[in-house]
Design a protein around this ligand. Structure first.
Ligand code: NAP
Ligand code: F7E
Length: 337
């Protein structure tokens, strides 16, 4: 069989970077959808991944997606693009619906209308935010593929549409379309606006005397936090499975933001972090997801997926990366900020 081709939307995001690296290592010809007019963004991306062909397109523009699919003629289409920040989605709910919800339909239609329903395998980036973390629907062993959904944000609601329209295209048109229901995954490519990276960036700055404290919202919420590199491997494994299906990827452990702070500050020798963390109401949300815990048994059994990085290892990697990045005379590692 010849070289496989893959089209990735959201290629400039955290998972896009990890997935590009993996697919290039696996010998794929990789095409990435890049939005906007900025040449700088393209240049920065191509500096790290010169082998990738970038295609200017946008999830909001159906015709641009049709062009992207025609140009790349992909064996595998990974739809990672989204408005992905939960707090931002409350402030921009319509944009979130259009991008994170309707954008999935636009991507599926681009495959179908170009006559590739039988050729192109589709991956949809579904999320644990669809579960909502409320008492009544919280299973003891963690959420799995059959758990009830009760999204708690415009982001979660839009993702639920993306999830169901993907399943609908699988059932209606026989498309190979799979949803990965991924719990939080983090790492050195994580955007600085997400809580883990905001903390590790601040901890590094505090240790280097560049910053006095960090302003955060609620600290009690718990998340099932894994490493993004492990999770993109799971995405790829899903599309290698003989049948399309939906899979949860998670660690099966849950930890509060307070626990994350304790491990992160311990990396720079601070045991009591209370003086360095200030509460700022601007970082709270109109509705919170209190606790998320996932059960990855199906992916482990059917795909042989395993996560390699544990919670302390994740925090240590992120703090070390940010200290190195911000230290005088040190430059950025790879494409990570
Ligand atoms: P991310 O870092 O926020 O990346 C989002 C990407 O989407 C960026 O490349 C962004 O491009 C692109 N994008 C946004 N709007 C677009 C549009 N209208 N057209 C084309 N591209 C657009 O997200 P991530 O953490 O890598 O997550 C990848 C996917 O998995 C997302 O769909 C996210 O919702 C989902 N997910 C993430 C997690 C997690 O814990 N990370 C868990 C479950 C599901 P710009 O660079 O131009 O902004
Ligand atoms: O918040 C609390 C916040 O924004 C985690 C996305 O990738 O994972 C991510 O969504 C928790 C929440 O991630 C701050 O209220 C406190 O309880 O890092 P986050 P998220 O909302 O869990 C899911 C699975 C996705 O699918 C999403 O795309 O931390 N929190 N203080 C804060 N959060 C932020 N961002 N900033 C704070 O200052």
């Amino acid at each position: 069989m010849g070289t496989k081709s893959a089209l990735i939307t959201g290629v400039t995001g955290q998972d896009g970077g990890h997935l590009t690296k993996l697919l290039l290592e696996e010998g794929y010809e990789v095409f990435g959808v890049i939005r906007g007019q900025s040449n700088l963004k393209k240049d920065v991306f191509l500096q790290e991944f010169p082998a990738v062909t970038l295609i200017e397109a946008d999830l909001l523009d159906s015709s641009s997606l049709i062009r992207a699919v025609e140009q790349s003629d992909p064996d595998e289409f990974y739809n990672l693009a989204a408005i992905s920040h939960v707090g931002y989605s409350f402030k921009n709910p319509t944009l979130t619906l259009d991008t994170t919800g309707r954008g999935v339909l636009n991507a599926l239609e681009a495959i179908r209308l170009t006559g590739r329903a039988e050729k192109t395998k589709f991956y949809q980036a579904s999320t644990s935010e669809m579960y909502g973390g409320l008492d009544y629907n919280r299973p003891g062993l963690g959420y799995d593929e059959n758990s009830l959904f009760h999204p708690r944000s415009p982001y979660g609601v839009a993702k639920l549409y993306g999830h169901w329209i993907t399943k609908n295209y699988r059932e209606s048109y026989g498309m190979y379309a799979s949803c990965g229901i991924l719990f939080n995954h983090e790492g050195e490519r994580r955007g600085l606006e997400f809580v883990t990276r905001k903390i590790t960036d601040a901890v590094a700055r505090i240790s280097l005397g560049l910053q006095d404290d960090v302003q955060l919202g609620d600290l009690w919420p718990k998340r099932d936090w894994g490493y993004a590199g492990d999770y993109v491997r799971g995405m790829w494994q899903m599309l290698q499975h003989p049948e399309p299906d939906d899979f949860v990827l998670a660690t099966g452990e849950t930890h509060s933001i307070e626990e994350f702070l304790t491990l992160a500050f311990a990396q720079i020798g601070i045991d009591d972090w209370s003086a360095y963390v200030k509460r700022n109401e601007n970082f709270t949300r109109p509705a919170e997801v209190d606790i998320l815990l996932g059960n990855p048994a199906k992916a482990e059994d059917m795909l042989g997926w395993r996560r390699e990085v544990d919670f302390p290892g994740l925090v240590e990697t992120m703090v070390r990366h940010d200290v190195a990045r911000l230290s005088p005379g040190r430059s950025t590692v790879g494409g990570a900020v």
